[in-house]
Structure formats: C-alpha cells, structure tokens
Design a protein around this ligand. Structure first.
Ligand SMILES: [Zn+2]
Length: 227
C-alpha cells in the first residue's frame, strides 16, 4: 500500500476542484521549470496530494516527486498563486538537492532499522517498511544549511516558472505571523536560518531577471483529490 492509497482510505484527501485547478497550474509550471533545469527529473512520478486538514500548515515532497499540501496551509495563510509556487519550489528543491533522501535514510536507520535495503528488493514487507520510512522522513527536520539551499533553489525555480519572486519573503512573513502563538508543523521541519527574510529579499532581486516573458506550460502532474 502506498501513502497516497492510505490517505485515500482514511478519507483525508480534499474535495476542492477550485484549489485542485490552482495546484495543477502552479505546481505544474514549477515542475516544468524543474524538468528544464534538471532533466533527470523528467522520469520522476510527479504528483500533488491535496490533504483535507484545515488546522495543519504543512507541505512536503518525497524523493521522486510525490508532493502533498495541506488545506490549512492554503486557507489559514490565504496563499496567493505566487506563494503557492514558492511553496512548491521550496519543497521540490529539498527533493532535487537530496535533502529528502538524506532524511529518508535517517528514517530507515532510526525507526525502521533497515540499513541496507536493496533498491530492487521486491519483498512486500521491505516495500511496506520503505513506504513507512518515506512518510516518516517528511516529518524529520531539515538542517538550516539545507533550508538556505532550498530557499535559493526554490525562489529561482518559481521565477523561471513565471511567478513573482517577492512571494518568497511574503510567504515566510505570513508563516511567522501565523506561527507566533502556535508553532506550525511546517516550521518544525523547515527551521529558519538566520535572517531568512532578508536573504529572500536579496534573492528576489537576483532572480527577478530570470522570469520569462511567457510562462512555461504546466507540466502534466497528477493532482490527487477526494473526487
Ligand atoms: Zn525547507
């Protein structure tokens, strides 16, 4: 059973055609920019699961291109399309830069106890353990150095996808304000490096010239919903 099937069984997927349409375009354009910059990712199994959880501010991308975004992230923070693209750019960057794979090995070692899982192991129990570790991995924190790298790569990818890079800084400002009284799950897995917003403002200036006159067509990704 894969994690998306689990989400579907537990009826955790969102029924929201309007948001599904926004995600198909925003994530699709970011993935189009990713595949152009990192051609090996054309083989990835690109998808976004919309998770019905209005209280949780979170999103993730597994190694291999499976993403998820929680409804609380979009609606609590009132995300614009530019900010949605900033979220997808950031998450995808963790996967491209192998941060997700590093967390996956940590999860395998610490929780599942499988140090040497053969990549081609067809054994069902091993596959289930690997799936469990993949889901656990997205709950482990990235390093602050990893965050800096994902901020830099993510804002560039969103700009190449035709989204306003000012959304990088505005997104983190919204998260700081929302998280003031109540720590957000997203911030526990994406700890802020020093001066994150200042760094994002500087990156904004650097990557703005990369915005194309005509944005790329959305890459065909699967959007998993409850309908
Ligand atoms: Zn991050």
């Amino acid at each position: 059973m894969d994690t998306v099937a689990q989400l579907r069984d537990e009826r955790q997927l969102l029924n929201d055609p309007q948001l599904a349409a926004r995600v198909r375009v925003t994530a699709g354009r970011v993935v189009a920019a990713v595949v152009k910059q990192y051609p090996h990712t054309a083989d990835w199994d690109w998808s976004v699961a919309l998770i019905d959880d209005p209280d949780t501010v979170n999103a993730w991308c597994m190694a291999g291109g499976r993403m998820a975004i929680y409804s609380g992230f979009v609606y609590k923070l009132g995300l614009t399309d530019d900010e949605l693209a900033a979220v997808f750019g950031h998450e995808v960057s963790h996967a491209i830069a192998n941060h997700t794979a590093e967390r996956m090995s940590m999860a395998l070692v610490t929780e599942v106890g499988l140090l040497a899982v053969a990549a081609n192991n067809e054994d069902l129990e091993t596959r289930l353990a690997v799936e469990a570790a993949a889901l656990l991995a997205v709950t482990l924190p990235n390093s602050r150095a990893g965050e800096r790298e994902a901020d830099r790569m993510g804002i560039e990818l969103a700009a190449r996808a035709g989204y306003d890079p000012a959304a990088g800084a505005s997104l983190w400002l919204k998260m700081e304000e929302e998280g003031g009284s109540n720590p957000l799950q997203f911030l526990s897995t994406h700890p802020s490096p020093n001066n994150r917003r200042e760094a994002l403002l500087e990156l904004e200036t650097q990557v703005r010239p990369l915005m194309p006159a005509v944005p790329p067509a959305p890459y065909p990704i699967e959007v998993l919903t409850a309908y």
